[in-house]
Each structure stands twice: as structure tokens, then as C-alpha cells.
Design a protein around this ligand. Structure first.
Ligand SMILES: [Zn+2]
Length: 449
């Protein structure tokens, strides 16, 4: 166990958006940053026996925070797999298997809004106790859905709970479930404010303003904030008015929605990464479905308003939606910053601020986390390269010279966790295509039915 670290002569990117400071030392003692200053001036502050990390020609910055990570989903390929092929115990064990990947990718904290059968608080607590390695975790239990459902269509039952979803059918159930989750240890309550129905294109609002307000009032009275998945304009507006603290996606947000967010002091985590991966690389893994331009269009439509929100001072948070086959753990946590630079026109330093200082909001650790300054927690990266010029260097793990989590260097020489398939974990397809008579007997006939 390392008690203290002396990180010498790096270029400091402190997470606040301030200009990089070359020739800077950072000293940690346990889980605290105890001094930051010009190289050669901090000798008297360095605890005896501190390990030295040479950061010459390297960048020293806060550990990355991911404000939208589904740690219990295990890189699933489909909703069927997610809801029906992850028994609770399997999901919990695979979560512990996957957690080190985040640390090895420079993610020292994350917020998980909803978890398979609500195991988030238990995962958080065993990691906090040091029983298993992992980043700092703030977590919801299960997402509250009305019986209309969310993005999984008719897989969601009319009542009860399945996978990450808890169905609530009236005001009383909404209030009771909120209280139950807080008793269980929820750091946040999550509402799925929009969902899909077969007769409607895109997602539509499936909660009323009053229903959302009932959850917000109940949670706030117990000191717990609320986040909401909002994939259209009206849900974003109503969620903000109801008192939702963190809006996920805010797709197609309009001026009224933005004004409500400003008035209420809410934050937004747009989470473009999933869509961006689908648009840019989906066809490489059989996921594009010819809808590339539609996905790209949703990003472009929302990005303009997100830029406006950023300029108005709304905290924009960086989240990757990791946990799906298109966003596997340890690979894309830094991609959102690239989208912020490309689509919102943020500077790399502003994008880094979203993924560090701003993301402390999702961790409920503002003033404690996400900035390299005296008194903050000791989560740090030492990076080969200049993320202040090009944020994409943070996507390539080989650029991480050191990852420091709670004051301790992560072993970056350990092999990347791999495993083989578990019996029953995948949806068993009989066949990828339909075996018609013509396909069997006349395979060369292009007109076969
Ligand atoms: Zn999500």
C-alpha cells in the first residue's frame, strides 16, 4: 500500500478548464492531494518515503469520471439478454469481474443510474470496503418506469420489477418505490421519463409532470437527488419543472426546456457516445441497420442546444453509456469528450472539465473530486501526450502512464480481464436467417423467397 506519492514535473491540467501549467508537482498522502505547485518548491510538503512518479513530458490531470455507466449490464447485445439472461448473482459477479477494466482505462469514479435487480448499492459497498478493486461508485437501484415501459418495449411487465426496471403504476407506488430504494442505499433515484410504443416513432413522454414531481418531492425530502432519462423535448421540460436534478440525454431539447433547466439549476448528461459509436462504427459489428444518418441527425439536432446550454452555464456532464456491446467497459469512457469537441465546439480543456470537475455533480462530491488542487481526493492520471490539445489521446489506454485511484497506483501491467462464454448468458438464436425451401434448394437464385 502506497502512503504518499510525489508526482514530479508534469504539465498540470487541473480539470477546471484553466490553461495547462508546465513544470508542476503534485503531492498526495493517502486519499488526499496535499500540495500542488511549481517543481522544486514542494520539498518540505513531501511525506517521508513518498514514491516518486516522473511526469516529465507528461500531463497530470484528474482521474476520469463517467456520469452514465451501466456497470451491471456486462456489455449486453440485446434487451432480451439484458432482462432475461442475467440472473442476479451472475450479474453481481460479472460486475466485479468488469470493474478493474474501468480503473485500467483511467476511470476512477462513475455514476450508475440503474442496476440489474437493484444490486448497485451492494456493489458500491463491497468496493468501498476494499473487498474488490473498482472506481468510486455512486449508484441508483432500479429505474422507475410506468407500465408503458421504456426502451425495451413489451419486455417490460405491467407491474413488478425486471432487470434494471421497477414498474410503478400510480402516485402511491411511485412514492413507495422511491422510499424503498432510498432505504436500500440509493445515491440517486432514476425515472425513465420517455419510452417507446409500437405506434409511435421515437420516444414519447410516459410520465406526467405531477408523477415526476411526486418522485422528486419524496426523494428530495430524504436528501436524495433525481435523474431522468428524457429522450424528447416535452419530457425534458417537465422533468426540469418537476425538480429533476440531472437530465440524461435531453434529446431534442427546446428553448423552454433549456430555460427550465437554467431556472432550476439542473445539469445535463447528453450521452452522445452510444449514438456516435452506432453511427460511426455500428456497421463494423452488424449494428448500423442503415440508420447511420438518423443517429447522426439526433446528435446534430441536440448538439446545437447543448452548446447553448453550456454557454448559459448549465453543467454539461460527460457520460458514455458503457455496458452495452456498442460501448464495452474500458473502451469508450473518454469518447464523449471527442463528441463535445467535434459537435459542440468545446475546447479540449472545456471537454475535460465536463468529464472531471462537472462530473463531480453526478458523484455528489463537488469540491472534493474532479479537480487537481490541495484538499481534493487523490484520483489522478499521468498521461503520455497532450489531452489539452487532443482529447482523443485519452481513449487509447496505452497513453496512460499512471492511474492513481484513492491515492494508490493501479497496476497497469496486469493482463486485461478476459473470459469465455457462460452457459445461458446469450440469447440462443436458432438461426441468423430463415431457411425457406428456395434458400435450401435454389441458393444461387437471387429471386429466392
Ligand atoms: Zn443509460
Amino acid at each position: 500500500m502506497v502512503a504518499a506519492l510525489h508526482i514530479r514535473n508534469g504539465t498540470l491540467v487541473d480539470g477546471t478548464g484553466a490553461a495547462p501549467l508546465p513544470g508542476t508537482d503534485v503531492v498526495t498522502d493517502g486519499d488526499a492531494i496535499i500540495a500542488v505547485g511549481p517543481t522544486g518548491t514542494l520539498g518540505h510538503r513531501v511525506p517521508a518515503g513518498a514514491a516518486v512518479i516522473d511526469a516529465t513530458d507528461r500531463t497530470v490531470m484528474p482521474g476520469l469520471i463517467d456520469s452514465h455507466c451501466h456497470i451491471t449490464f456486462d456489455d449486453v447485445q440485446s434487451n432480451d439478454e439484458l432482462f432475461f439472461h442475467r440472473p442476479t448473482a451472475t450479474a453481481a459477479m460479472l460486475t466485479l469481474f468488469n470493474l478493474p477494466k474501468l480503473l485500467m482505462a483511467g476511470v476512477t469514479s462513475f455514476f450508475d443510474p440503474d442496476t440489474v435487480m437493484g444490486i448497485g448499492p451492494e456493489i458500491r459497498d463491497v468496493v468501498n470496503a476494499g473487498a474488490f478493486p473498482g472506481p468510486r461508485i455512486k449508484t441508483g437501484v432500479q429505474a422507475l418506469l410506468t407500465s408503458v415501459g421504456g426502451t425495451a418495449g413489451r419486455l417490460i411487465p405491467d407491474s413488478g420489477a425486471v432487470g434494471y426496471a421497477a414498474v410503478v403504476n400510480n402516485r402511491e407506488e411511485m412514492v413507495t418505490e422511491t422510499r424503498r430504494q432510498i432505504k436500500r442505499g440509493a445515491d440517486w433515484i432514476k425515472i425513465h421519463a420517455t419510452g417507446s410504443i409500437p405506434t409511435h416513432q421515437g420516444e414519447l413522454q410516459v410520465w406526467t409532470l405531477d408523477e415526476m414531481k411526486a418522485v422528486c418531492d419524496t426523494a428530495h425530502a430524504l436528501g436524495v437527488p433525481v435523474t431522468a432519462h428524457c429522450r424528447n423535448a416535452s419530457s425534458t421540460l417537465d422533468a426540469a419543472i418537476a425538480g429533476v436534478d440531472l437530465i440524461l440525454h435531453a434529446s431534442y431539447i427546446d428553448d423552454d426546456g433549456l430555460q427550465a433547466i437554467i431556472d432550476r439549476g439542473a445539469a445535463i448528461c447528453p450521452t452522445f457516445t452510444f449514438l456516435a459509436n452506432l453511427a460511426d462504427y455500428g456497421d463494423r459489428v452488424g449494428a448500423g441497420n442503415g440508420m447511420t444518418e438518423i443517429f447522426r441527425g439526433e446528435i446534430t439536432a441536440t448538439a446545437t442546444m447543448m452548446r447553448k446550454a453550456f454557454d448559459e452555464g448549465v453543467p454539461i456532464l460527460s457520460g458514455s453509456e458503457s455496458g452495452f456491446a456498442l460501448t464495452p467497459y474500458g473502451h469508450w469512457h473518454a469518447r464523449e469528450m471527442e463528441v463535445f469537441v467535434d459537435q459542440l465546439g468545446l475546447t479540449p480543456l472545456e471537454a475535460i472539465m465536463c468529464a472531471t470537475k462537472n462530473n463531480a455533480i453526478a458523484m455528489r462530491m463537488e469540491g472534493e473530486l474532479g479537480v487537481v488542487a490541495e484538499g481534493y481526493r487523490a484520483d489522478l492520471l499521468v498521461v503520455d501526450g497532450r489531452p489539452a490539445d487532443d482529447v482523443t489521446v485519452l481513449q487509447d489506454r496505452s497513453n496512460l502512464h499512471a492511474v492513481i485511484s484513492r491515492g494508490e497506483p493501479v497496476d497497469l501491467t496486469q493482463p486485461w480481464p478476459t473470459r469465455s462464454k457462460i452457459a445461458g448468458e446469450k440469447v440462443g438464436n436458432w438461426a441468423a436467417e430463415i431457411l425457406t425451401y428456395d434458400r435450401a434448394k435454389r441458393p444461387d437464385d437471387p429471386g429466392r423467397g
